[in-house]
Design a protein around this ligand. Structure first.
Ligand code: MN
Length: 260
């Protein structure tokens, strides 16, 4: 009997002792895309163009062309995405060391706070309360903020734009440097359209999750779903970005392995 750790994992996957949870949203033309003010460049929505479907254009085969922005739907943010990370080594989707696409996840449940307040910001105090119950966040872990925001199926409610910008929960600006320097996290994941809070343009620094995470060669995951199916600690995330040369990110089929 082969008792290598991978053989044990393979058996656990077959028996269901280890489950695979899909943390990705479906990708189609209705997938919400971030709305920037009109003076900025625009990320295009996902688009599928049929090439053939068992017809005169291809009698035995079905296939499509697709196009979208790199940051569409459930996606991975690479450090090169932000100005602060532009000169770091191995900072793009094609050069990030592949072992970094497998990492443990800590899931912070802020669903109650987020349902009461769309501008809820997760603070260091919340993390310390989580650590009192679950132990310290280990270096190299993802921190995922569960808000149940992904249950907003209507794109307008999901983006939650008002005249003064988007109103979506995210990390407090003081939390991000704490996670980077004192917990050495691999990145931050959220259920909103981006990793930062909707009002983060007016934080100091603006967009701290982008500015500080990527400035320290850490990553982001946005538009996650099914975080309510993960334990607070113990899930293993699989997050391979597409190998786009000099890509700033890519749509990603984010999977979590969860043991019984
Ligand atoms: Mn992004």
């Amino acid at each position: 009997m082969n008792d290598s750790i991978l053989a044990q994992l393979a058996r656990a996957l077959v028996s269901g002792a280890v489950q695979v949870i899909d943390l990705s949203q479906p990708l189609d033309s209705a997938t919400a895309v971030i709305n920037l003010p009109p003076e900025f460049g625009k990320s295009l929505p996902f688009r599928l163009d049929e090439i053939s479907k068992y017809d005169s254009r291809g009698p035995a085969w079905y296939w499509n062309n697709f196009s979208c922005g790199e940051h569409t739907g459930t996606h991975f943010d690479a450090p090169i995405h932000w100005m602060t990370g532009k000169d770091l080594p191995d900072n793009a989707t094609d050069t990030i060391p592949v072992q970094k696409f497998l990492a443990p996840a800590c899931v912070i449940d802020a669903s109650r706070e987020a349902s009461a307040n769309a501008d809820f910001l997760l603070t260091r105090a919340h993390i310390e309360e989580w650590e009192a119950n679950n132990g310290r966040i280990e270096p190299g872990s993802w921190v995922l903020m569960r808000t149940d925001w992904s249950k907003r199926r209507d794109p307008a409610a999901f983006l939650n734009m008002r005249e003064d910008g988007a109103h979506v929960p995210g990390p407090h600006p003081d939390l991000v440097p704490f996670l980077v320097r004192e917990r050495e996290v691999i990145g931050w994941g959220s259920e909103g359209v981006g990793t930062d809070a909707g009002q983060a343009f007016q934080f100091n620094p603006p967009f701290p999750c982008h500015s500080i995470m990527h400035g320290n060669n850490r990553f982001g995951l946005a538009s996650l779903t099914n975080l309510d199916r993960l334990p607070p600690k113990g899930a293993l995330l699989i997050t391979p970005a597409l190998k786009i040369v000099l890509g700033s990110g890519s749509p990603c089929r984010v999977l979590a392995l969860v043991a019984d």
